[in-house]
Ligand binder design. Sequence first.
Ligand SMILES: [Zn+2]
Length: 380
Amino acid sequence: MSTRAAFDSSAAGVMTDLAFVECELLGAARARGRAQAPARGQAQAKPGQPRQATAAAGRRREVVVGGRRVKTIDVHAHCVIPEAYALLGLKVDDHRGPGIGEVGPRRIREMDAQGIDMEALSINPAWYRAERDLVTQVIKIQNERLAEFCGKYPDRFVAFASVALQFPDLAVQQLEEGVKRLGLRGAAVGASVAGDEFSDPKFHPFWAKAEELGVLIFIHPQSTPDLAKRFKGNGWLANTIGNPLDTTIALSHLIFEGTLDRFPRLKICSAHGGGYLPSYAPRSDNSLRVAPDMDTGIKLKKKPTEYLKTMYYDTLVFTSEALRHLAAEVGVSQLVIGTDHPIPWQDKSIDHILKAPGFSDADRRAMLGETAAKLLKIKL
Ligand SMILES: [Zn+2]
């Protein structure tokens, strides 16, 4: 639908009902329409909010499903803080993702073009092998900067705290401080910590704190370093399959080692649709039947596949069929948008959800933003 056709510029000036599930409006027309159409006032722009939060140049795509504007929320959006990166001896330019070191007008323009209203920012942990003093400093800078971005653009960004999980006691403090003092909405973690699995009991205090605070833990893999030799060659396999495999291993341990039984209210969201686990989930229900000698004696409260339905996943799975299958395995209520922005894996995350057959309007609204809003405590 064209921009101008969607906008009724008659004296009443109200938005026309849209036959389609979405529309795109010029920024100026949007501002005018909102001022004249209070019924649509649930969108992001509110009088008095920082100008830069809503006035990014260019088109802002607004997503409407079943006649209702949906606040779209992306849980998988990367950034890095150059100052903290430098402390780790890393360069922003070496990181994939144009503009990854910026949280400002450029990023907002790209979000506007994609129809993403809010990003939950995260920083991939590159510090799990750093010394305690150094990592303390790195995390402090990162979490304070993340909080600044969220304060500057409150209608566009929330953020996950960075935590130094190699020192679980420190990570507990950083999570608590990040959430309570800085207003961050959870923590972003890798899929293991310098070779140690998340199911290791030394991490229990961290999961307990996340559960107590009721915040979301976003798992983003970092390849599967043990397989580096086998990943050599064409195809960027360290990422292409190394990343989803890393998540698959992490979630499998959390399930089979009983960590999710121990922390039943823990909220976990995994990137890339949970890696390969949801694609082949029922195998996990049969392995110990086939090989009872491999049972270490941990008594799980549920079948392995049932735990999958208690966790959350982003929708970065590319095709309608992959999305349908993911929803069938884990439940549509567990899915939230993940774009990987600004790493250009997917710039059609909204269309991916709008166009996939078989979902109701309510399902689409849930995936586009309503579920993420609940998890991240974002007001709709
Ligand atoms: Zn990513």
